[in-house]
Design a protein around this ligand. Structure first.
Ligand code: SF4
Length: 254
């Protein structure tokens, strides 16, 4: 089987051993391309799609987009708190440090995405009496120097317990943007509409690591959500970015 994914022979070997492949799907282009590639190397019954629902801070219609571009059930998981609750709690518990998460302190990713997905994987493997799984994540080297250094296949020490072995896997780690869009097109699909509206990445509408361009698009598409972030900054007494308010990042409104 010819495929371009990272560590293809090792993954195909795991698939042949019956591993379940959990595909974390955000609705973004990287997730969409990753899903297409995983479906090309694994039988349908071994692929499981999971989406971490972030509530009002994610793009409207993103879950419909995932459902419209997958042939699997979409398992939606949620944290027991929202981003706004998380920021408020941190402002109270640790008034000495910034209340918003940052690239160095990615509490949003760990608490709102990774932990609920891990919980789901544990539960789902137990329900299926499965012992071997692969946690597929759509990170790419081109996104940042830190991501470029990530291992593309490694044992997940947190999930590999109690008779379970789980690997973390970055199938599209070395794909370029062009290859990502090509993989989506080859699957007969289109990326989420926000890319055509000018977004470079699809994350939370207002991501702590978002570029100015994407933040401005967020203001245009979700002005009411923008105002909620400004209100939250005022409430907790911290700006969303280190030394800069979301208002500073998007510039004056028209
Ligand atoms: S998309 Fe950005 S703000 Fe949202 S959870 Fe991820 S890092 Fe945090």
């Amino acid at each position: 089987m010819e495929t371009r994914v990272s560590n293809a022979s090792q993954i195909i070997s795991l698939v042949e051993k019956g591993a379940l492949l959990y595909v974390s799907h955000s609705g973004g282009k990287d997730s969409q391309a990753m899903y297409a590639e995983i479906c090309s190397i694994a039988p349908r019954e071994q692929v499981v799609v999971v989406h971490a629902d972030l509530g009002e801070i994610e793009w409207e219609g993103v879950q419909a987009h995932i459902r419209g571009n997958t042939v699997h059930d979409v398992n939606v998981v949620r944290a027991d708190k929202t981003l706004f609750e998380m920021v408020r709690r941190r402002a109270v518990m640790r008034p000495d440090v910034p209340a918003f998460p940052s690239s160095a302190y990615r509490q949003c990713t760990s608490d709102l995405k990774r932990n609920p997905i891990y919980k789901f994987i544990r539960k789902d493997m137990k329900a299926r009496a499965a012992h071997l799984a692969v946690n597929c994540i759509g990170l790419r080297a081109a996104e940042s120097p830190a991501r470029a250094k990530k291992e593309t296949l490694k044992r997940n020490g947190v999930l590999s317990k109690a008779g379970r072995t789980v690997y973390d896997y970055l199938p599209i780690h070395d794909y370029s943007d062009t290859e990502i869009f090509a993989a989506i097109a080859a699957a007969g699909q289109k990326p989420f509409w926000a890319y055509a509206a000018g977004n470079k990445r699809l994350s939370c509408v207002f991501c702590i690591m978002g570029c100015d361009n994407d933040l401005r698009n967020g203001v245009r598409e979700r002005p009411e959500l923008y105002q909620k972030y400004l209100n939250l900054e005022a409430e907790v007494g911290w700006t969303m970015f280190h030394g800069a308010s979301l208002r500073d990042r998007v510039g004056p409104s028209d």
